[in-house]
Design a protein around this ligand. Structure first.
Ligand code: ADP
Length: 501
């Protein structure tokens, strides 16, 4: 029986294929994994590129290996794809050859373009239509840059000879032997070119950014049939039946499909995605309005906020400050203290993200005394995860999002029970960590399984019980800690020459 789903997880640092077995009750069990690291190219300061051809080759190789390990292509019902979002690819429509290296989401080369558009007063219209602020992070300015730098590309794009797309679109084109040039609505919602309500490209925004609409992929629901693989690739044609950007796929993986449900992934940075329901919410707190998913015949919207330094603060304790030799030692060290001793660390190593958006901010420590030692730095770094999460949840509340009861978490830092309890205490929410951690790949698998009819619901409760942390701190203590944190954030912003008001 074909009851396996192949989930492709094309991330920033690696490409993975995971085979999931889907049982009749709708439970997903991983049965094979294959992974290949991805080379990073930094041609100039602030520029980050990937080789799209390398991504394709690695995808093919990992898929073939996972299929082989799982017992052959005959066992598979469909493919689902999840991917690093915003990363932009340009390719020749006829040959399928990339015309330039892909411009990665982290790349800031088009900062002058988005700054100019903001100075010309376009931010309000872009935000109203797409939910996004003007920032080089999103694909539109990257697409335009690619068309400008490859000789003749813009004219050829206008004639339909050159294609543009984000990573899932590129992979679907290659997997289908050039048959399908499509994207899913979550990936499209990260370009600055899609209207959040109609889920169609906006001709006015395409013109504003200089991106010919005919070069863009067709936008589809996340669980729709996106194409069929060229039969020669895996020995049999497989339908591609699901796609979503990585953070949205993780939301689906967590099963956070109802308004008021949210997930945060604590990896190097941290990404909060909160389901706000069937209508988009316009943020006044500089959170991003985005699509949660378009599947099961309905659409859900989300607000998103990112924390730039989460696990990277722990890496800094280990590799920079050298007060721990392994990340996991941070837990016992933080717990060796009765309290934080008034020491707060604002991990603004690469600026502060939402809701502060202070790119010039840097790491700041306040409250040091002669008693402060390495454990205080460790504890302050772990506590900062919770304070930053609280800032995002407060921004959500200001935007009128439904109140969260439970915050679902995943990512490397969630191994730290001290940090998770502190998040529950500071944020006044129940924190829930599923036993199975690969939420991104699971989300893609769920979309594809539902899309191809293997399951009758997008999400079923996990079979293994999650780890749960409930708030137990008294309010007086919480408020005193939050007061200290806010002083520290003000200090960080003032030190960067910004205005904390
Ligand atoms: P990414 O996907 O961004 O590479 P991961 O989800 O793999 O990140 O998480 C890796 C991060 O988790 C690292 O920054 C590491 O320092 C941190 N980390 C891992 N284990 C712990 C722990 N026990 N306590 C705190 N941080 C941890």
């Amino acid at each position: 029986m074909s009851n396996l789903i192949l989930a492709i997880d094309q991330g920033t640092t690696s490409t993975r294929a995971i085979a999931f077995e889907v049982s009749p009750d709708g439970a997903f069990a991983p049965v094979a994994v294959s992974q290949i690291e991805l080379q990073q190219h930094f041609p100039r300061s602030g520029w980050v590129e990937h080789d799209a051809a390398e991504i394709w080759t690695a995808t093919l190789q990992t898929c073939r290996e996972a299929i082989r390990k799982a017992g052959g292509v005959g066992r598979f019902a469909a493919i689902g794809i999840t991917n690093q979002r915003e990363t932009s690819v340009v390719w020749n429509a006829a040959t399928g050859e990339p015309l330039h290296r892909a411009v990665v989401w982290q790349d800031r080369r088009t900062a002058d373009v988005t700054a100019r558009l903001a100075a010309e007063g376009h931010e309000a219209e872009v935000q109203a239509a797409t939910g996004l602020i003007l920032d080089p992070y999103f694909s539109a300015s990257k697409f335009a840059w690619l068309l400008g730098v490859v000789p003749g590309a813009r004219e050829r794009a206008e004639r339909g000879e050159v294609r543009l797309g984000t990573i899932e679109s590129w992979l679907i084109f290659k997997l289908t032997g050039g048959d399908s040039h499509v994207t899913d609505a979550t990936n499209a919602s990260r370009t600055s070119l899609m209207d959040l309500r109609s889920r169609q490209w906006r001709p006015d925004l395409c013109e504003l950014f200089g991106v010919p609409v005919q070069a863009l992929p067709e936008i589809r629901d996340c669980d729709s049939r996106l194409g069929e693989t060229d039969a020669s690739l895996f020995g049999r044609a497989l339908p591609i039946h699901g796609a979503a950007g990585d953070q949205q796929a993780a939301l689906v993986g967590h099963g956070a499909l109802q308004p008021g449900e949210a997930k945060i992934t604590y990896g190097t940075g941290a990404f909060l995605v909160a389901n706000v329901g069937a209508e988009p919410v316009a943020s006044t707190s500089r959170l991003l309005g985005t699509l949660a998913y378009a599947a099961e015949g309905r659409v859900a919207y989300a607000l998103e906020g990112s924390i730039f330094s989460a696990g990277s603060a722990i890496q800094w304790l280990r590799d920079g400050l050298k007060v721990i030799s392994e990340s996991r030692q941070s837990e016992a060290m933080a717990q060796s203290l009765a309290d934080n001793g008034g020491v707060y660390l604002v991990p603004g190593f690469t600026g502060l993200g939402a809701p502060w958006w202070e790119p010039e901010a840097r790491g700041t420590v306040i409250g040091l005394t002669r008693d402060s030692g390495p454990a205080h730095m460790v504890r302050a770094a772990l506590e900062s995860l919770a304070y930053q999460t609280r800032d995002l949840l407060d921004a959500l509340a200001r935007d009128g999002a439904p109140r969260l009861e439970t915050l679902r978490v995943d990512g490397g830092v969630t191994a730290n029970a001290f940090a998770m309890q502190f998040v529950a205490d500071i944020c006044e929410v129940t924190v829930e960590r599923p036993a199975f951690q690969e939420m991104t790949a699971l989300g893609a698998a769920r979309l594809a399984a539902f899309g191809c009819g293997l399951t009758d619901r997008l999400a079923t409760p996990p079979s293994e019980a999650p780890a749960i942390w409930r708030p137990k701190m008294d309010d007086e203590q919480r408020q005193a800690l939050l007061k200290g944190w806010r002083r520290a954030v003000r200090a960080a912003i003032i030190a960067a020459g910004g205005n904390p008001e």
